[in-house]
Design a protein around this ligand. Structure first.
Ligand code: PLP
Length: 440
């Protein structure tokens, strides 16, 4: 039998694992037939290896979540210790790891936040933030951006802007608007200031035309990630905050990808001096060692639910293994200055290195980003800015993999998103491989 699990008889290799996968595993966001997934056996820090002796530098952080890299021993140890003590407990009970995780997260949030609702991941964090905004305002509509990704579940995918939303629009009351992105401006803007002003004017008009009294929440990624690492122009998020205040709308910032070190700050919102009403998180909070996400809730909204019932819940809300992983991850990040490392790798290696690549390769239309959160925009020509065709992007991706780099490729972009712990020499090595692939 070709697909028999022979892992205990010592005959495991990549082909075996892939065959077992293809025989039974149904993959996310894919037509299943042609899939040939890469196989990984183990990892450490920024490196991963397979069963056949190949080794890769992880420039993807998987789905931009392993901010502390693979197999950090202290986090693994904390998960084991929690498993020994109590592997699971219902969300209604108080648990030390859960209370400590909430405290640590609140200590990193801006002043004025007082509670954390734990979820299983990022999508359900957004689901529940939307639910809170609707409950607290008594309004229904949720405004979100076309250039966004908020998760694969009911309201989160309906709030998402990218093409994956379209077959999934079964949640009601969603309205979308264009967020700023100067390189592909929807507003015919010639500079960042124009882009910012026009995007804010457009948002005001959308709010006015939708009827402000019907709008519960405005949901935005602080820095849209999957859509292309779109760092908003100066003043945009403050302008959004002002519009939310003017019209009594709950502002939700989605920090699922940008949060917990990725941008060189604990939360990406710190770059912009903006404080939302709700913050959603997942991924980097414990580097995905055990699935977890959540909503950080400000005092005003938290106190609403002191009297009013919250109509939401999850069997695994605040799962102790995930909570132990959060506590250990945040301690490690603090003690090893992981956030400072992300900032300095961005400033000293990635930003200048990517600018050099842009100057060298005509195929690069733009590079942008901060910390360990960057994107390379690949184009047919700099003049037309037309996205590089998919077949060409696929060829480049394979060229990077062949050279031992695990890249994160989305549409016509290479997202340069290594773990926050990456060393300068590893970061340079990754850029050299990208350079060779582009030259090849
Ligand atoms: N929000 C953002 C900004 C994301 O990038 C993602 C996932 O990539 C999500 C939400 C959804 O998170 P999850 O896949 O953990 O449900």
């Amino acid at each position: 039998m070709t697909n028999r699990d022979t892992s205990r008889t010592g005959t495991v290799n990549n082909d075996h694992v892939r065959a077992l996968d293809r025989a039974g595993v149904f993959h996310s966001w894919s037509a299943q037939g042609a899939l040939q997934p890469m196989v990984f056996k183990g990892g450490e820090g920024c490196r991963l290896w397979d069963y056949d002796g190949r080794d890769y530098l992880d420039f993807s952080s998987q789905l931009v979540n392993t901010n502390i890299g693979h197999q950090h021993p202290r986090v693994i140890e904390a998960i084991k210790a929690q498993a020994d003590e109590l592997a699971t407990i219902a969300p209604a009970h108080a648990n030390l790891a859960r209370g400590r995780a909430a405290r640590k997260i609140l200590d990193l949030a801006p002043a004025g936040f007082s509670k954390v609702f734990f979820t299983n991941a990022g999508a359900d964090a957004n689901e529940n933030a939307i639910r809170m905004a609707r409950a607290v305002t008594g309004r229904e509509k949720i405004l979100s951006a076309y250039r966004s990704y908020h998760g694969g579940t009911g309201s989160a995918i309906a709030a998402t802007g990218d093409f994956r939303r379209v077959p999934n629009e079964f949640s009601r009351g969603h309205v979308r608007f264009f967020n700023p992105f100067l390189y592909r401006s929807e507003f015919w803007a010639g500079n960042e200031e124009e882009e910012c002003q026009r995007a804010l004017h457009h948002l005001r008009r959308v709010i006015e035309c939708e009827g402000p009294a019907s709008i519960a929440g405005l949901l935005l990624e602080t820095i849209p990630g999957t859509a292309g690492v779109l760092v908003p122009p100066r003043g945009y998020l403050k302008g959004v905050r002002a519009l939310a205040d003017e019209f009594g709308i709950v502002l939700i910032l989605d920090e699922v990808m940008a949060g917990f070190g990725r941008t060189g700050k604990w939360l990406a919102l710190e770059h912009f001096g903006v404080v939302p009403d709700l913050i959603t998180f997942a991924k980097g909070v414990n580097s995905g060692y055990v699935p977890a996400g959540g909503v950080i809730i400000n005092e005003r909204i938290a106190s609403h639910f002191d009297e009013e019932m919250f109509y939401g819940g999850l069997t695994y809300s605040g799962h102790p293994l995930a909570m132990a992983a959060i506590c250990a991850t945040l301690e490690v990040m603090e003690q090893e200055d992981v956030v400072g490392n992300a900032a300095s790798i961005g400033e000293s290696v990635l930003t200048p290195g990517l600018e050099r690549l842009r100057d060298k390769h005509d195929i690069i239309g733009e590079v942008r980003g901060l910390g360990v959160f960057h994107a390379i925009e690949l184009v047919e020509s700099r003049q037309s800015r037309a996205p590089l065709p998919a077949a060409e992007v696929a060829r480049l991706k394979q060229a990077m993999i062949d050279r031992g780099l695990l890249p994160f490729v989305v549409a016509n972009r290479i997202h340069v998103v290594p773990p926050c712990i990456i060393s300068p020499s590893e970061a340079r090595q990754g850029l050299e491989i990208i350079d060779e692939a582009l030259a090849g």
